[in-house]
Design a protein around this ligand. Structure first.
Ligand code: PGA
Length: 260
């Protein structure tokens, strides 16, 4: 059973100037009005830091706007980093933590992501936390174990009363950025169920049942409807296929239609 509204979001990664970001946001809002049933979805945008404020303003309270990362400390000698206090001023609705590219290119590990999760919760943000196995893990049949260990560490010591502010993005590393990744609905279902079972041990059964678990990694128009209908996911988290407002709107349309 789905936890609530279908969550449909995009992380723009290191793309878009402020001007492009505002143009996108305005266009998406126009297009959303033409989509029947779009109220069944909560749409969110995660721009680069430089465009957050402008996108937040342009979104007119109708979209959630997030940050792609955040440091765990409130201030200090951390050149190039951004803190929760700074993001609070921008009014962000969520903070994405632990994306595979942060782990791969910037060596983030689960223990650091756990510190960030606590900092985000402490500042009242929703924490959208990414987990996912490598291709090698999947090939060896270790996908479940790898994801379980990630979930255990990134959510360590998180209390049940924070559950309403948690979102887990299951993003298999082998699917992110891939052309035509071999995404099997049964596999996504299995790993997402496993994420929830692991969350139960941390938050308790009732609280864990309310945490949305969404899917990301090569989501596109060919697979969005099937993911919504057949994988049991609570939402979709999209990169390349949502980089243009028209394309994101088409994905939103296909996803809410798939809800039936
Ligand atoms: P992609 O990226 O949709 O371009 O594969 C997904 C992600 O990084 O979340």
């Amino acid at each position: 059973m789905r936890t609530g509204l279908l969550l449909l979001g995009t992380n723009w990664k290191m793309n878009k100037t402020i001007r492009e970001a505002v143009g996108y946001t305005r266009r998406l809002l126009e297009l959303l009005q033409t989509i029947d049933g779009s109220e069944a979805a909560q749409v969110f945008l995660i721009p680069p830091y430089t465009a957050i404020q402008a996108v937040k303003q342009a979104s007119d309270g109708r979209l959630w706007v997030g940050a792609q990362n955040m440091h765990w400390a409130e201030c200090g000698a951390f050149t190039g980093e951004i803190s929760a206090v700074m993001l609070e001023e921008l009014g962000v609705d969520l903070v994405e933590l632990g994306h595979a590219e942060r782990r791969r290119y910037f060596n983030e590990n689960d223990a650091e992501i756990n510190r960030k999760v606590h900092a985000a919760l402490c500042h009242g943000f929703r924490a959208l936390v990414c987990v996912g196995e490598q291709l090698e893990d999947k090939r060896r049949g270790n996908g479940r174990a790898v994801v379980r260990n990630q979930v255990r560490t990134v959510f360590a010591d998180v209390q049940a009363d924070s559950a309403p502010r948690l979102i887990v993005a299951y993003e298999p590393v082998w699917a992110i950025g891939a052309e035509q990744a071999d995404i099997r609905m049964e596999y996504v279902r299995e790993i997402q169920n496993h994420i929830r079972t692991t969350l139960q041990k941390i938050l308790g059964r009732e609280a864990a049942a309310t945490v949305p678990v969404i899917y990301g990694g090569d989501v596109n128009l060919r697979n969005a409807a099937a993911l919504v209908k057949e994988s049991g996911t609570d939402g979709l988290f999209i990169g390349r296929a949502a980089l243009e407002a028209e394309n994101f709107a088409a994905l939103i349309r296909a996803s809410v239609q798939a809800l039936g």
